[in-house]
Design a protein around this ligand. Structure first.
Ligand code: ATP
Length: 574
């Protein structure tokens, strides 16, 4: 099995911010301005105890002018603080939202380009969570907590500088009590938090995956009564999620222990401060600065303790998102070429050519090969059927022949060129798969039919429908081409879904069409429409049909039978 990188349940949480920094490109000036304003706002808070301390000393010295100046400075600081905090919040949110928007776009772009093999190997709910919920959490954090995080961090740093400038002895006393106790609390938290938060995020991903599978399998559950199994599985996953959440709550409790440190530190400060004042080594104002600043320091530490959980949660989410971005593609700054822009670029292959699988091997799971060295050549314009027992690998081969999967070993070539080397738009103009179950998006029939590169307009879609002799079918639908489809709106039968696939194929006009015949029963009218559409489509193009019905096999001039994916088992039967 070819090496396929998969998402990690607990991705590397180290240097997350540094790794995320590369995604701030284009917004760095705004980020820098937001950080500078936030720093200035924090400085206006840090300066308050210093000015009050100064005012107290002036008061004790009977210096009325000094006292007035200090009071005036406090008023200016209060106004500045209001304006700067407001502005820094606006800038931070703007910068953060822009980065989040970029990450969201990148995640969707990378997922849309990710190999089918990767998408199929991931639990769908987990992918969904990373690309939506976790980005939404990040956006929520940017709006709600990021300004506070920066203020608290800035406050802790600047207050330390202020206190050092006032009295290094008292700062030493503060640090000797405060830092070891706080470090002990933080160390315990750091050890327990990342695994706890990662486990909670992984458990939430499993619940989402189970739920999504449950919704996808609803028909099977109702028909085969598989409900108890699903209920058990859901209850088990939900229980695991609950336990993981309890664990993170216990971890958060550790951080609240920091409050005990507050009482100890204030007592130590008063003791040391009192002694120093009595010895005349510091003024009363300095002790006031320390008491006020330390109170704010603790308020900040308490706020930090509330924020740490959110920060850890966001860091975990960001790590999972960066993991998704790293696994799904390079940090390619090169945009995907627009289909129209390259539509007329020089082509490497001609519009008619043979399609050839050469000794292809493919395994979904390590050690279990579905195709083992299978070779097949289909000439330009040929009509070939692929038949064989269920699970023989027909659909897998179809996906390899259309470039949706890359073989683990061997090659698939169109007109002599490896499909893996063809640009995506050229590949789609050469080989197209109409799958067993064509997917619909929420939109009109017209939107669904035109869901191919190049954005065909209504006239082009109508022309394709007419060319395939399907106008009576679209006219018979309640809203014609504008009939709403997808989601819980209009539904189409299995045969009609394949008709949609054939119109899409007609719009792409490929050299080779691979049709994975629907296994569900198709009513005679729809079957006749499909036949007519196929006849119109295949005038000179190659048609490979994965034939599930004997009637189809009987009609085809050449049938290749697959058996356990062995190359030697492919043979011409007539
Ligand atoms: N996405 C997947 N992940 C893992 N195994 C898969 C996947 N798709 C198919 N398989 C396995 O690969 C084998 C071949 O499947 P494939 O669908 O290609 O067979 P098939 O001949 O088309 O069968 P059918 O006629 O029932 O559609 C089967 O054993 C199937 O269980």
């Amino acid at each position: 099995m070819a090496e396929q990188k998969l998402l990690s349940a607990s991705p590397d949480g180290r240097r997350v911010l540094r790794r995320a920094w590369s995604h701030t490109e284009g917004h760095r000036r705004l980020v820098a301005l937001a950080l500078a304003t936030s720093t200035a706002a924090t400085l206006t808070t840090v300066a308050v105890p210093a000015v009050i301390g100064l005012g107290v000393d002036r008061l004790l010295q009977g210096d009325r002018d000094g006292l007035l100046t200090a009071a005036g400075a406090l008023a200016v600081l209060a106004l500045l603080r209001l304006a700067l905090f407001r502005q820094s919040e606006i800038l931070l949110i703007e910068a953060g939202e822009r980065v989040v928007r970029r990450l969201r776009e990148l995640a969707v772009r990378r997922l849309s380009r990710a190999p089918l093999r990767f998408l199929e190997a991931q639990p769908a709910g987990d992918l969904l969570r990373r690309a939506t919920t976790e980005i939404a959490d990040l956006a929520g954090f940017v709006r709600g907590q990021l300004p506070d995080v920066l203020n608290v961090a800035g406050y802790l740093l600047f207050t330390l500088v202020l206190l050092l400038s006032q009295s290094w002895l008292m700062t030493l006393a503060l640090l000797l009590v405060f830092v070891p106790a706080l470090l002990w609390v933080l160390r315990r938290f750091k050890k327990a938090a990342p695994p706890a938060f990662a486990a909670e995020a992984a458990a939430a991903g499993r619940v989402a995956a189970t739920y999504q599978e449950l919704v996808a399998a609803r028909e099977m559950l109702f028909t085969h009564g598989g409900t108890p199994y699903w209920r058990q599985r859901f209850v088990r996953d939900n229980e695991a999620r609950y336990r993981a959440a309890r664990r993170t709550q216990r971890t958060l409790f550790v951080i609240s222990l920091s409050r005990i440190v507050q009482g100890l530190t204030t007592a130590a400060l008063l003791l040391v401060g009192g002694l120093l004042v009595s010895e005349g080594r510091v003024s009363v104002g300095v002790v006031v600065v320390f008491v006020l600043a330390t109170r704010q320091l603790f308020d900040s530490a308490t706020q930090a303790s509330n924020l740490v959980g959110q920060v850890q949660h966001t860091v975990t989410g960001l790590a999972r998102l960066l993991d998704l971005l790293a696994v799904t593609g390079p940090d390619a700054a090169t945009p995907v070429p627009a289909p129209r822009a390259t539509a007329h670029a020089a082509r490497r292959t001609s519009a008619r050519g043979p399609l050839e699988a050469e000794a292809v091997h493919y395994a979904y799971t390590h050690g279990t090969e579905v195709l083992r060295g299978l070779s097949l050549r289909v000439e330009a314009g040929e009509r070939v059927g692929l038949a064989g027992p269920t699970g023989a690998g027909k659909t897998t081969l179809a996906k390899l022949l259309t470039g949706l999967y890359t073989p683990d070993r061997g090659r698939v070539r169109y007109d002599g060129v490896d499909l893996a080397e063809l640009p995506p738009d050229e590949l789609r103009n050469r080989v197209v798969l109409v799958p067993q179950r064509v997917h619909l998006i929420t939109g009109s029939l017209l939107d669904n039919l035109g869901l191919v590169p190049g954005d065909p307009d209504e006239r082009a879609v109508r022309r394709a429908v007419e060319h395939l002799g399907l106008t009576d079918w679209t006219d018979a639908l309640p809203g014609g081409l504008h009939t709403p489809l997808g989601g819980d709106r209009g539904r189409l039968s299995a045969g009609e879904l394949q008709i949609v696939g054939l119109v899409r194929a007609a719009l792409l006009d490929p050299a080779v069409l691979v049709l994975d015949e629907a296994t569900a029963d198709i009513d005679p009218d729809t079957a006749a429409r499909l036949e007519t559409a196929l006849d119109a489509l295949r005038t000179d193009r190659t048609l490979i049909t994965i034939a599930h019905r004997e009637a189809t096999i009987a009609r085809l001039p050449r049938v290749v039978r697959l058996d356990r994916g062995e190359a030697e088992s492919s043979r011409l039967t007539r």
